[in-house]
Write a protein of this length. Structure first.
Lengths: 583, 343
């Protein structure tokens, strides 16, 4: 046995080295324990999820939609905790390393001897011998990462889950009707995709998390529809739920309100601009400048027809030159008119630019406003402010109001400041307005998709009545047989959610008696609603009740079966086909 | 203080190195005469350095006697051979008082040393002698002394008894009593040589020259190295393993495997545990280690324990091999004491 002189360092140093090496081993073992438990967790989680999802796909058992990734991530997190907390005393690590590296109990003995107060020569030699062996040892050599049976099982389970989640259901397992449904869903998904992408972009720009989340859900839904991994019934329910969420996002304030306001503002702006052009024409006529008069008359005509802020800007420039020729100056309120037209055309950038130009004009001091001009400008600002109240641009409205008040008090600088703040607020409101338009577009697309899915004869689940009730949809053609019976939809109703019961008096005269309804879908409904329009809502309410465990588990199957049977009878001859029985 | 400890450590390492060199030399010298029998040679060397006696069991003609003789030749030790027969008397082993007549005609009783007064005693076919004669070795083996005519005579160290016995021819033999069996450190089974070994034996023994071993160590060296072996530390978990293994040979023990419970009448004595650890220490040094490993205990288990286990009637009737029971016990104790991390 060769004696290495260089190895003779102090015993304390050797013991420190021994502990240091053991600590490295321990850290690596913790990592491996965490990995092992993570593999066990992921494998069992993936296997269970695959079974549940597979069962769900094949038999349509509805249970809460599970995100496949979350349980697996939880398993990994739990494994990390287990790895960090697993008791690993020096003795255990040493014995384990001895076994794995065939060190013949060198390390375990050294760990024990290192606790001896005064080790003798042979004991010291043993400790040094163990340290020498440990110094040549790397943790991953003692405990190598192996692609063992457990890892293979985990990969297999994950592959199974991925297959269940992502791969299309083999056509052999689907009926003809289900295959048709999937083709239809794929087509609808293709239609929905651009709107969803646009909505996501807008939500990102506006940093609206809730809309972004809805857009993501819609995106996932379209992906699942494309892959044929969602039954039609679930697609309808999901679409309905998301349309409701989108509804909640756009009211109030709604773009619709802003648009209505904008149109009125635009009309006023155009009219004001035309009036100004006519004044200039009149002045030109008085000065005998026929050519200018003609141009201004044409300009007045163009102002009335102006559809964009660009047109208005060009007109403004032309009129400014004409005013200079006639020896007058153009009232700065012309810029406000340009802004109004821009708002009416939803050219928000142009509108804000026009307001900024107005601010610059007032701040520059080039134009001295007369009392009359200031009054007019203040009036217009206040009018515009009033029109924009309650819209996405409500803060801009407030600032415009303040600017008007400042102008009335002769405080031009204050007005400038308010206009500056207003344009800033307007820019943030602009995002919301854009998002609102995106949401509206998405809602329209989703609405169309839902309509398409509900179309009579398109599938067994037709006529589920999913989607927002804006009164414009579900209109029945008056020429259809039975339209008179279900015509109440056509009648504008201003009512609270209640159902009315009708009866026939003697002599054929009917009367209506209101009676409150509990548990019905929250919608304003006329007295009689076609069966195909409500069955979806009732079915969904039943599903909700099933999910929230209001119904005892033993009866869930019966409830589900009942609604399925209703829809099943419906699908044979289309959505309207089942109405006779229900009506 | 540090320098003193360093020196002690250096000395221990040098002694361990010397120990290993000597064992290698002994192996080489024995290997010049003995063909094969690596396990037997290994066990014999371990017993020699642990200061224990060995019972060699095997059919005649396998080279048991030659092995012992060669070993004593290589060690420069006094060697004596006693052929045990039924008519052998205790005095033939220990020696006796004889009437001695001096040159002047004076007479006195003087003690005539028997063959036991050697360093290496080969008790050939020990089971052929009567129990009375066999027991003459009891005191010598345990106490390293003999008492004759009221006088105790100490035997010179090292004192090693290598006994042989034939396992087949049992007629007219006297099986060794448990007390005597327990005094042997090892019971080694000598197996029949393989074809290749037989070829080599023929080549070496039928030629003109018979190979001989050269002396490689003196008596003092052997004693010094045997003392070094006793310094090897044993960790708690290793000692615990050895003791649990010993207890597992007892039918009433919790660790006892099914076979032991069914076929064993009594298990190994504490001398068995001493044998396990002592032989483990020697094995450790031979392997270049300064610590006893569980592997050492496991390797020593069969020769250390097989002669200390007493089978019951059922075990004897079923011709149960104690080796199988020991293997079963080792497996059980290993499973019970294994420490590992779950990766």
């Amino acid at each position: 046995m060769a004696v290495d002189a260089s190895a003779y360092v102090s015993l304390e140093a050797a013991e420190r080295a021994l502990r240091g090496r053991l600590a490295r081993l321990r850290a690596w073992v913790r990592v491996l324990i965490a990995t092992r438990f993570a593999m066990i967790g992921v494998a069992s989680g993936a296997a269970m999820l695959a079974i549940l999802r597979g069962y769900d796909e094949l038999y349509g058992v509805t249970h809460p939609v599970m995100d496949a990734l979350s349980p697996l991530l939880w398993a990994c997190a739990a494994a990390l905790i287990v790895g960090a907390l697993w008791p690993l005393p020096d003795r255990l690590i040493a014995a384990s390393a001895d076994r794995r590296l065939a060190l013949r109990d060198r390390i375990a003995t050294a760990v024990e001897l290192s606790r001896t107060l005064y080790p003798d020569g042979m004991e010291r030699a043993q400790i040094f011998d163990a340290v020498r062996h440990l110094s040549e040892l790397t943790p991953w050599r003692a405990y190598p990462l192996r692609f063992d049976r457990l890892a293979k099982t985990m990969v297999g389970c994950l592959a199974l889950l991925a297959a269940v989640e992502l791969a299309p259901i083999p056509p052999l397992l689907l009926s003809t009707r289900e295959r048709d449904e999937q083709a239809e869903l794929r087509a609808i998904a293709q239609q929905l995709k651009p709107a969803v992408t646009k909505l996501r972009e807008l939500a990102d720009e506006a940093e609206d998390e809730e809309t972004d989340a809805t857009a993501k859900r819609l995106e996932r839904l379209t992906e699942r529809m494309e892959r044929g991994r969602v039954p039609k019934r679930e697609a309808l329910l999901e679409l309905g739920a998301m349309m409701k969420r989108l509804d909640a996002r756009i009211k109030p304030p709604s773009l619709k309100t802003a648009r209505e306001a904008a149109q009125e503002i635009g009309e006023r702006g155009r009219e004001e601009m035309a009036k100004r052009a006519e004044e200039l024409a009149e002045r030109a006529r008085q000065q005998g400048n026929r050519e200018l008069e003609k141009r201004m008359r044409e300009a007045a005509e163009r102002a009335r027809k102006a559809s964009s802020a660009d047109d208005m800007r060009k007109l403004g420039e032309e009129m400014e030159q004409a005013a200079a020729q006639t020896g007058t100056s153009l009232n700065p309120s012309a810029l406000l008119d340009a802004a109004a037209v821009a708002i009416s055309g939803e050219e928000w950038d142009e509108a804000l630019s026009a307001l900024e130009s107005l601010q610059e004009c007032l701040a520059g001091g080039d134009t001295e406003l007369t009392q009359e001009q200031a009054e007019e400008l203040a009036r217009k600002l206040e009018e515009l402010a009033k029109k924009l109240e309650g819209t996405e641009l409500s803060e801009l409205s407030q600032r415009l109001q303040q600017a008007g008040q400042c102008l009335r008090q002769g405080d031009c600088q204050g007005a400038c400041q308010c206009l500056g703040q207003g344009t800033c607020a307007g820019r943030s409101g602009l995002g919301a307005a854009k998002l609102g338009s995106g949401v509206a577009a998405m809602q329209a697309a989703a609405d169309a998709a839902a309509q398409s899915l509900r179309r009579p004869g398109s599938s067994q689940n037709a006529g589920m009545g999913i989607g927002p009730d804006d009164g414009s949809r579900n209109r029945i053609d008056p020429n259809t047989p039975g339209a008179s019976l279900y015509a109440p939809r056509e009648t504008p109703v201003d009512a609270t959610p209640e159902q009315v019961r009708s009866a026939v008096r003697e002599g054929g005269e009917s009367y209506l008696s209101p009676s409150p309804t509990r548990g019905a879908p929250d919608r304003v409904d006329p007295s009689r609603v076609p069966y195909y329009e409500v069955i979806g809502d009732y079915s969904r309410a039943a599903e909700d009740a099933l999910e929230t465990e209001e119904v005892p588990p033993a009866y869930r199957g019966t409830v589900r079966q009942y609604f399925d049977s209703l829809q099943g009878g419906d699908g044979g001859d289309g959505g309207n086909g089942g109405n006779g029985g229900a009506g | 203080m540090g320098e003193h400890e360093d020196l002690a450590q250096r000395r221990a390492e040098q002694e361990a190195g010397r120990f290993r060199r000597l064992v290698d030399d002994l192996r080489t010298q024995v290997g010049r005469v003995i063909v094969g029998m690596e396990d037997v040679v290994e066990s014999t060397l371990i017993a020699l350095l642990a200061g224990g006696h060995v019972l060699l069991e095997g059919v005649p003609g396998l080279g048991k006697t030659l092995l012992v003789r060669t070993l004593s030749e290589a060690l420069d030790l006094k060697f004596a051979r006693v052929q045990f027969t039924p008519d052998l008397m205790p005095a033939d082993i220990t020696g006796t008082m004889v009437l001695w007549e001096g040159p002047g005609g004076e007479r006195e009783f003087r003690f005539q040393h028997g063959p036991v007064f050697a360093n290496v005693v080969l008790a050939d076919e020990i089971n052929r002698a009567t129990p009375k004669t066999q027991s003459a070795l009891l005191e010598a083996m345990q106490e390293h002394s003999i008492s004759v005519a009221g006088t105790t005579h100490h035997l010179e160290e090292p004192f090693l008894v290598f006994a042989t016995q034939n396992p087949i021819e049992m007629e007219g033999t006297y099986p060794l009593p448990e007390a005597q069996l327990d005094r042997f450190l090892f019971k080694v089974r000598v197996e029949f040589p393989t074809l290749a070994e037989l070829h080599e034996i023929m080549n070496r023994t039928t030629g003109a020259e018979t190979p001989h071993a050269e002396k490689v160590a003196s008596r003092d060296e052997i004693l010094s190295l045997a003392a070094v072996a006793r310094e090897v530390p044993v960790a708690d978990h290793v000692q615990r393993f050895a003791l649990r293994l010993l207890l597992a040979t007892h039918p009433e023990s919790e660790d006892a495997p099914e076979g032991v419970r069914q076929f064993v009448r009594y298990g190994a004595s504490p001398r068995g545990a001493q044998a396990l650890l002592l032989s483990g220490k020697v094995r450790a040094l031979m392997d270049g280690r300064f610590n006893v490993a569980i592997d050492d205990v496991r390797a020593s288990a069969l020769p250390s324990l097989r002669h200390r286990i007493g089978l019951n009637f059922e075990g004897q009737a079923e011709e149960i091999d104690p080796d199988d029971l020991i293997r079963e016990a080792i497996e059980r104790v290993e499973n019970a004491t294994r420490q590992d991390v779950p990766v």
